[in-house]
Design a protein around this ligand. Sequence first.
Ligand code: ADP
Ligand code: GN1
Ligand code: MG
Length: 357
Amino acid sequence: MEYEAIEKNNIAGVLTQFGLNRDDCQLKKFGSGLINYTWKVSAGESSFILQKINDTIFKCPEDIADNIRKLQVFLQNTVPEYLFVAPLPALSGKYLVRSADGAFYRLSPFIQGSHTIDYLQHQEQAYEAAVQFGKFTRLLKDFDIDGLKYTLRDFHNLNLRLKEFKAAHAQAGQSKIDMANEAVEAAFSNIGIAETYEQMTGKGEIPLRVTHHDTKINNVLFDESGKGLCVIDLDTVMPGFYLSDVGDMLRTCLSPAGEEERDFSKIRVREDFFIAIYRGYMKEMGEVLTPKEKTLFIYSGKMMIYMQALRFLTDFLKGDPYYHITYPGQNLVRAGNQFELLRLYNQQEDRFIRLIT
Ligand code: ADP
Ligand code: GN1
Ligand code: MG
């Protein structure tokens, strides 16, 4: 419904600004992202991805556009053959346009023959995704990180996420607290993960790198043969720790059931997928990461699963202001799902240590 309302009121004017005529375009709601609104636009032989940026979350969409443009210029100069999916300029020359109601839109080329996946079936898919995310950070290792704006401040600051959870918990009504009882307990019993975060990141012992910050599996494009093509969803590319990128891959690739799964018995932690991610990422980043960073590879999975569980739980307790939902209680299901994944991940930790050391 939301999509239909947006289409009815805004899309024609937005397309005009990109030189497209609404009557010549077919629009289809596209993908399964939780933040932006995304359409595939087909216009004769050409296809595009049109996105309405969620400016409740991204308060300064221009910063995203600036960041992407800077990265694009750097990559064009250093590795022109690299497939970097950047927004197209509008007729005005700008990379963002505004609709009559003030919302921000961008248009990118649709990568022909590409597809995304929400659940992995083969470990090769995990390997390919890890290669793509590792390659992205490697190719940008000499990019001047100070040139990047923080599009979401403290986005992956685990201690802040914990604080936000505690505040939401303190303010939530009793019925929500009762419903979330098990998840809340898991949130408190895993607090040690946040203490480690403080120790590891607080002292400047690990470097800031160009970090994607949203490496879930549906942010990689695959070609028809299943080979990784490139990474997408660049809204959160900012200075950060590599832990964010590896951790979110582990979070979204290890289990055959994704974060939306309501039957938690389907959640598993697959060792062969862990190895595939390790190999894929290290193929690209093995010579770039410092020894200290390498010691945190396994920890990164815990950190990101825990953080995501806290974020879903916080959103549930606050009445779902952040993540799109399609049924009541969905954010609590997502949180419970992630805490189950965390429990299984914690159980496997010793095996993982043996596998990669
Ligand atoms: P969100 O921030 O909401 O996750 P994304 O930028 O990830 O938005 O886009 C949502 C989905 O649209 C992706 O998961 C992918 O399936 C598809 N998509 C986005 N950009 C492209 C592109 N340039 N070519 C093909 N598909 C794309
Ligand atoms: C959001 O945009 P999307 O759907 O790829 C979120 C990520 C979460 C993810 C959980 C800006 O990602 O941080 O890990 O949902 N992005 C933002 O599915 O908050
Ligand atoms: Mg996405």
